[in-house]
Design a protein around this ligand. Structure first.
Ligand SMILES: [Zn+2]
Length: 65
């Protein structure tokens, strides 16, 4: 069951992202390498990627336009 623990999002840094396309707010988690935040709009399935360390990283909240 170690794999299950490794794949868990628990403990991973995340940001809140507002998808302007559908006016929905989701949490976007870092990938396992810790280099990007990856997320997807739950309604239109648009994908977004943020580089870790960008200015928005400090805000913990971004808008995806
Ligand atoms: Zn959308």
């Amino acid at each position: 069951m170690t794999d299950e623990k490794k794949n868990s999002l628990e403990g991973r840094p995340f940001m809140g992202v507002m998808f302007d396309c559908c006016k929905v707010y989701v949490r976007v988690y870092q990938n396992k390498e810790g280099t990007h935040y990856r997320g997807r709009c739950p309604r239109c399935l648009r994908q977004i990627t943020f580089v870790v360390g960008d200015a928005g990283d400090k805000n913990r909240f971004w808008r995806a336009k």
